[in-house]
Design a protein around this ligand. Structure first.
Ligand SMILES: Cc1ncc(C[n+]2csc(CCOP(=O)(O)OP(=O)(O)O)c2C)c(N)n1
Ligand SMILES: [Mg+2]
Length: 302
């Protein structure tokens, strides 16, 4: 696989990442979708669309890219991940649990008042959550602060990297671009933003409500490096994260083209599934679809 001059990845050429790694990450992504749907079905609350669209991004980050030690969630040199689109909390909790930050059983109680897994991420409650989010727009600005804090010891770059996942509707918030300007000013090469560009926000298509294009050019005009990938293609995600590590003089945005509700046919590309949980019949249908599309191994385990 190669990156074109415009920063778009093409799958035609062979990837240097082993197929086994890619399959493993795809399997994680599908498992996260299934965990997540169980959580929001049981709780009868949650945000399916923008969680399902982010499954491969989260799986690639948590099971490959991020340098983490679940036994030491406050390890100073850990990479920081910020879920700026905090409404996707439940699938983040699934990723944290699967990665070993807390027992899987905790997922059963998410959203209960006495549980450490609240409706939106809370950094004071949940191991592995770096920023309290839910009010959209602030992830990049806080990411800038985390990267600068890492440099406070006088280093040219922080001893860790900072990753921020944003929604595309979220980009309508002006504070996103204030943070982007600051990141460029300080040439924060250790900062990577990922935009889950599913082209759907809370109540309709982003391109109708507030068009973003040309989105990559906007980021470049803000002095960021901009890469574009298919956000469901693990090969492309892996290579984009690798490419971002090779950029040393500016922050990088990875624009991940995705499908809102990905993996559940009746939820795909439909803003009505932004924030509504499935009923029992829908839940069963969704899980059946996901299992059918999973690597064979998972079907055996299920
Ligand atoms: C500042 C702010 N305004 C409004 C909301 C309510 N809200 C929650 S999710 C959402 C839509 C977000 O769309 P997008 O960023 O595209 O997310 P995704 O498609 O990934 O779910 C809105 C408006 C909010 N959480 N914060
Ligand atoms: Mg969206």
């Amino acid at each position: 696989m190669q990156m074109s001059l415009s920063g778009t990845f093409h799958t035609a050429a062979r990837s240097y990442h082993p197929e086994a790694l890619v399959m493993e990450l795809e399997q994680h992504a599908q498992q996260l979708r299934i965990d997540f749907l169980g959580m929001i079905y049981r709780r009868q609350s949650g945000h399916p669309g923008g969680s399902l669209s982010a499954a491969e991004i989260l799986a690639t980050l948590f099971f490959h890219e991020l340098r983490l030690d679940p036994a030491r969630p406050d390890w100073p040199a850990r990479d920081r991940f910020i879920l700026s689109k905090g409404h996707a909390s439940a699938i983040l909790y699934a990723a944290l649990a699967r990665r070993g930050f807390f027992p899987l059983e905790d997922l059963e109680r998410w959203g209960e008042l006495t549980c450490h897994l609240q409706g939106h991420p809370d950094r004071l409650k949940t191991p592995g959550v770096e920023m309290t989010t839910g009010v959209l727009g602030h992830g990049i600005a806080v990411g800038v602060g985390l990267a600068l804090a890492g440099r406070a010891g006088g280093r040219a770059q922080a001893p860790y990297r900072v990753y921020v996942l944003l929604g595309d509707g979220e980009l309508q918030g002006g504070v996103v671009w204030e943070g982007a300007m600051a990141a460029a000013k300080f040439r924060l090469a250790e900062l990577v933003a990922i935009v889950d560009q599913n082209d759907v926000q809370l109540d309709g298509p982003v391109h109708e409500i507030m068009p973003l294009e040309p989105l990559a050019d906007k980021w470049r005009a803000f002095n960021w490096a901009a890469l574009e990938v298919n956000g469901h293609d693990v090969h492309q995600l892996l290579e984009a994260f690798d490419a971002a590590r090779q950029i040393h003089d500016r922050p990088t945005v990875i624009i991940a083209h995705t499908t809102k509700g990905k993996g559940v046919s009746f939820m795909e590309n439909d803003s009505r599934w932004h924030g509504v949980p499935p009923n029992e019949e829908q839940y069963r249908r969704a899980v059946a679809e996901l299992l059918a599309a999973s690597p064979a191994q998972m079907q055996e385990e299920a």
